[in-house]
Every structure is written in structure tokens, then in C-alpha cells.
Design a binder for this molecule. Structure first.
Ligand code: FE
Length: 329
């Protein structure tokens, strides 16, 4: 008589509760995201599946998979890339008072398709044996002939420089920006470098005196080689502010777990996660309530360019063409 009941009870016990989950396509490396995703699962019970790759292949994959994609969230660096994903129709807008409260308006998409999660500052670095900070001022000033043979730059192919030039176009228009970029090219000490770290090493070695890089590359390098004669200068403090960009994420157009994806986004923008997310890569928290890692904070406070980072995407094509015209390779 109670046998069927026993079977029913056993069946119920054997049926697993369908755990909520979210799948992330991430251009941020596993080492940076895994600890955060694990903490999110611990906090919320929502499982996180992810794959990591470069942003190009991830976006191609999203496009090819279309509505059958398992991805709910695309996580990548640079507003130029996020804007691109939005342009390709790979993202869908989210409305969230939590995200709006945690992330300043200029660091997220006005349409709500992507949200900045950390701030990356691209500023000036100089050889401290050759220059005094008082000699430096702005990105624009690096076009002045007084810097002839003293400037180092990373390749124009890198989206970071395309975004920087895009924001110069937003501020000055194309004609003036082209003059600035031509001035940079005329001042180069040597061919543009393949990455920021090589460029910073060239400054420290005295091959050139000043250049432009993201602060976390400086942080990593100086941690390993603290004696390098290399120093940070906050650009454009008397004018437009330091060029900033973001790493960030957006919910995919065909997300199956949209609610869980939004929860993860909100969780990443909150104070506890922000601290870890930014500190892992020596970046700045996007949430103004959170302070930077002590080493990062030690570089001092700075005024940010308040232009919406979406401009970096909108004007990316114009920036690429302009740099080509200016023979910046
Ligand atoms: Fe980088």
C-alpha cells in the first residue's frame, strides 16, 4: 500500500532542481574572471559557464550561432569592441536601476546594450631621468615639434589608440585631430610598438622620452622592475581630462537566461565584486563608491574625460582612416 508512495518519493528525490545558469563569452582571460564567477555562484546559486577567446572570434561565433547561441553575456574590453558588437546586432538593451546607480552614465551605452565594469586610463609615461613632469601637459602637446625624436607610440592597429584618436575627433573635429596625429608621427623616435609594455621599456631605456599607455601595463612592469626610470603623468588635467575606456559586458540578443545574465551584470557592478574585478588587473572600479587598489591609488587621483565612451565606437572608422592619412601605422 505505501509502496507506490515510496516510489513517488524516490522519484521526487531523484529529479534534480533545475539550477539557474548563465553562459558567458569572455575576451577577458580565465585567470581574471574565474574567481569572480565562482564568488557569484556562491552568492546566488547561479552557475556560470564560460568560454574565453579574443573578441574578434567571439563576435564571429555569436554572429554565426545566431538564435541558437548558448551565450547570454558578452564580456570584453574597450568600448570600441562593445560598440562594434552592438552595431552587429549581437546585443540587446537592458534596463536596470541597479546598473544605472552603480555605473556613471559616460561609462555605459546610452542605449543600454553594454555597461562598463572597469575603467582603463590611457595616459602619458615619461623617462624620469630625462624629463620633469612640468614639461608635460597633454596628448595634443605631444604633436609640438619640441618633442621631435622623443616620442614613442604603440601601433595604430590597436583599438586602444583608435579609441583615443576617436575621442580627439569628438573634441576637436577631424581637421585639427589630423594635425595632431601628423605631429605625433613627425615626432616619433622609432616605429610604433606592438604593445604598451615594449613601448614603456623603450621609454625607460632612453630610446624615447615620453609615450602613451594604459596604466595597468605600467603597474605590472614597475611591480617587476621597480627601479626603472619610468613615471606616470596624468594627461590633460588642465583641459579635457585623461582618456578613459572600459572593460564591460552586454546581454546577447538571443540570451536564453536573460534574467540570470542581468543578475550577473548587476552583481559585477556592485561594491564587493567591483573591488576584485578592478584589482585583478590593476584597473579602476567603475563604481564611484569603490576605491582603487592601494598601488593603483598611489598613482594619484585624476580628472577623466567625461565624453561618453560610446564615442570611441561611433568614431572608430573615422579614426582609423585619419590615422592612415597621417601615416600613423
Ligand atoms: Fe590591454
Amino acid at each position: 500500500m505505501f509502496r507506490p508512495l515510496m516510489i513517488a518519493a524516490a522519484l521526487i528525490a531523484a529529479t534534480p532542481v533545475l539550477a539557474e545558469e548563465v553562459t558567458v563569452y569572455s575576451a577577458r582571460i580565465e585567470q581574471l574572471i574565474k574567481p569572480l564567477f565562482e564568488a557569484f555562484t556562491k552568492d546566488t546559486g547561479i552557475k556560470v559557464k564560460y568560454i574565453t577567446d579574443k573578441e574578434g572570434p567571439l563576435m564571429e561565433r555569436l554572429k554565426a550561432e545566431g538564435s541558437s547561441t548558448p551565450a547570454d553575456l558578452l564580456l570584453t574590453v574597450d568600448a570600441g569592441n562593445l560598440w562594434q558588437a552592438s552595431q552587429l546586432g549581437l546585443l540587446k538593451p537592458a534596463k536596470s536601476s541597479v546598473l544605472e546607480a552603480n555605473i556613471p552614465a559616460h561609462l555605459r551605452d546610452p542605449k543600454g546594450e553594454w555597461f562598463g565594469l572597469s575603467v582603463r586610463a590611457r595616459t602619458m609615461f615619461y623617462n624620469s631621468e630625462k624629463l620633469k613632469p612640468a614639461q608635460l601637459s597633454s596628448y595634443e602637446d605631444l604633436a609640438d615639434p619640441k618633442w621631435k625624436g622623443k616620442l614613442c607610440l604603440r601601433s595604430a592597429k590597436k583599438v586602444y589608440n583608435q579609441s583615443l584618436v576617436a575621442t580627439l575627433i569628438a573634441r576637436h573635429g577631424e581637421a585639427k585631430t589630423e594635425q595632431i596625429v601628423k605631429g605625433w608621427v613627425a615626432n616619433l623616435a622609432t616605429d610604433p610598438f606592438a604593445d604598451d609594455t615594449m613601448m614603456l621599456k623603450a621609454i625607460a631605456a632612453g630610446q624615447c622620452e615620453v609615450g602613451i599607455a594604459n596604466t595597468y601595463y605600467f603597474g605590472r612592469l614597475i611591480e617587476k622592475e621597480p627601479k626603472l626610470p619610468l613615471a606616470l603623468f596624468w594627461a590633460n588635467q588642465a583641459s579635457s581630462g585623461v582618456h578613459v575606456n572600459v572593460s564591460g559586458a552586454g546581454i546577447t540578443r538571443h540570451a536564453k537566461n536573460e534574467k540570470a545574465a542581468l543578475k550577473l551584470l548587476e552583481w559585477l557592478s556592485a561594491e564587493s565584486a567591483q573591488k576584485r574585478y578592478a584589482d585583478e588587473n590593476m584597473e579602476y572600479p567603475v563604481n564611484p563608491k569603490v576605491s582603487a587598489d592601494p598601488i593603483v591609488a598611489g598613482w594619484g587621483g585624476f580628472k577623466q574625460d567625461p565624453v561618453n565612451v560610446a564615442k570611441a565606437g561611433e568614431l572608430q572608422a573615422a579614426a582609423v582612416k585619419l590615422m592612415d592619412r597621417a601615416a600613423y601605422r
